[in-house]
Design a binder for this molecule. Sequence first.
Ligand SMILES: [Zn+2]
Ligand SMILES: [Zn+2]
Length: 144
Amino acid sequence: MSQQHERSGRCLCGSVRFTFTPAEAEIDACHCGMCRHWGGGPGLSIKAAGEPVVQGREDVATYKSSEWGERFFCRVCGSHLFYSAPSVGYFGVSAGALDDLSGLALTTEIFVDRKPDAYSFANATAKLTEAEFFAMIASSPGKE
Ligand SMILES: [Zn+2]
Ligand SMILES: [Zn+2]
C-alpha cells in the first residue's frame, strides 16, 4: 500500500465539503443495479483510509440501500458523496465529487456481469462478477 496524500471534494452546490485520504490511488467502478439506479450509470468510487472530514454535515442525507450499505448525498443539490459498508470496513467516496482526480487510475470493475451492453470502459481493469465479488468479501473479512 503506497502512502496517499489528502484530497478534497464537494457537492455540486458547495453546501458539503470534505477531505479524505484515499487508501490507494485507485478508482473502482461498480456496475450493480443499485449504483446504476442511484447514479444513472456505473458507480465510481475511491476507497477511503478512514472516514472523511466533512464540513456542512447537516446537509448530508443518507439512504440505506441494502442490509449492509448506506449512501450519502447532499440534501440540497442531490450530489452523491459517499458509500459506506461498515460490516466489511469499506468507506467509499464518489470519484466525481473530488476537486481533482489527477494521479488516480480506474483499476477495478465489480458486478461486470450486471453491466448493460450499452457501454464498456476501455481501461485495462481487474473485472469481478457479482459471484466473484461476494466470494472475495467472504474470504477477506474486514477488507473491501
Ligand atoms: Zn449540495
Ligand atoms: Zn454498486
